[in-house]
Design a protein around this ligand. Structure first.
Ligand code: NAD
Length: 321
């Protein structure tokens, strides 16, 4: 792990699900933390427990002045802000490209001008697109299946180009289906884990898009956070490259529903709806490269993580919020 005591850091998207856990971890290690967020999907509650211990820049990635202000005097940038969600990007492709791609170019340019030591940024397993290979291995990507996937691929390419043109240190982390507390269960674009926990906590059957035979590599948010800290400190030839971050275990969506159903004490069968455009059929990460280059190995068992999430979600998830 890198020495972070006193380090000056920026977390874009720090009010979001993964970003807010990363903020907590950085503060725990003695770092100074600034957050850039426009709260489009992030929540003030995710930062409320921190009081004045962070500096908040409320602003938009698409605003170059906000990006410059956020990067000023910063050593390390953890760039998490983006419009997530494949279906959201299919509804609004221009938004995905503007926020994710132009926004990332703005942050990288601001980081370059501010002399930032390293940028670690959130990419996605979506970049594997239509590649049929399993497990998914860095260097064996297919064609993107959605504007979101394309936007993340373009961000990775931007990172490589900035690394080459400006000798900046930039590391991309390809998260595979991260889950944990603070992940949104509301709205049309919510991910499977919080939707299923929410539905079963209310005694309802969750909606599964498609037959449930599709699979994902579900990753505990604590592992995603650790991967960021490792990437911030990794020595050697990591810059300009992208690494998988996952649990390395394949779980079918139908199985996920069954596990959560048991953990919540039972409930009706899932309701099957039409499969969604842009969704890949199977996903499982090869973790060889991230293990060798970053020292990353997943520490959290998926079922234990789901059990802890169900337990911790009981009072808030069942409410009518
Ligand atoms: N959650 C996952 O399973 C997963 C998987 C792969 C990749 N990712 C990536 O990880 C990152 C974090 O995802 P998350 O699940 O925490 O999502 P999230 O929506 O909870 O967090 C994103 C944050 O970015 C902020 N944001 C969005 N647009 C912004 C803009 N224009 N300007 C400033 N702030 C903006 C949001 O308000 C939010 O706080 C994203 O880049 C996402 O694409 C997530």
């Amino acid at each position: 792990m890198p020495e972070l005591d006193g380090a000056s850091t920026l977390v874009t998207g720090g009010a979001g699900f993964i970003g807010s856990h990363l903020v907590d971890a950085l503060l725990d290690r003695g770092a100074r933390v600034r957050v850039l967020d426009n709260f489009v999907t992030g929540r003030r509650e995710n930062l409320a427990h921190l009081g004045d211990s962070i500096e908040l820049v409320e602003g938009d990635l698409r605003d170059t002045d906000a990006c410059r202000q956020a990067c000023r005097n910063v050593e390390l940038v953890f760039h998490q802000a983006a419009m997530g969600s494949v279906p959201r990007s299919i509804e609004n492709p221009a938004e995905s490209i503007a926020v994710n791609v132009s926004g990332t170019a703005n942050i990288l340019a601001a980081a370059r001008d501010a002399g930032v030591r390293r940028v670690v940024f959130a990419s996605s397993s979506a970049v594997y697109g239509d590649s049929p290979d399993l497990p998914k291995r860095e260097g064996r990507e297919g064609s993107p299946l959605s504007p979101y996937a394309l936007s993340k691929k373009m961000c990775e390419d931007l990172g490589t180009v900035f690394h080459r043109c400006y000798t900046m240190e930039i590391v991309a982390l390809r998260y595979f289906n991260v889950f944990g507390l603070r992940q949104r269960y509301d709205g049309p674009y919510a991910a499977a884990v919080p939707r299923f926990v929410r539905a079963y906590s209310r005694g309802q059957g969750p909606v599964i898009y498609g037959d449930g035979g599709q699979s994902r590599d579900f990753t505990n948010v604590a592992d995603a956070v650790r991967a960021n800290l490792l990437a911030a400190g990794a020595a050697g030839a990591v810059s300009g490259r992208a690494f998988n971050v996952a649990s390395g275990r394949q779980t079918r969506i139908g199985e996920l529903a069954r596990i959560i159903r048991e953990l919540t004490g039972g409930g009706p069968e899932p309701i099957h709806e039409q499969a969604r455009a842009g969704d890949v059929r199977h996903s499982l990460a090869d973790l060889t490269a991230s293990g060798e280059a970053l020292g990353y190995t997943p520490r959290h068992d998926v079922e234990a993580g789901l059990a802890a999430l169900v337990e911790a979600s009981r009072p808030s998830v069942a409410g009518a919020r």
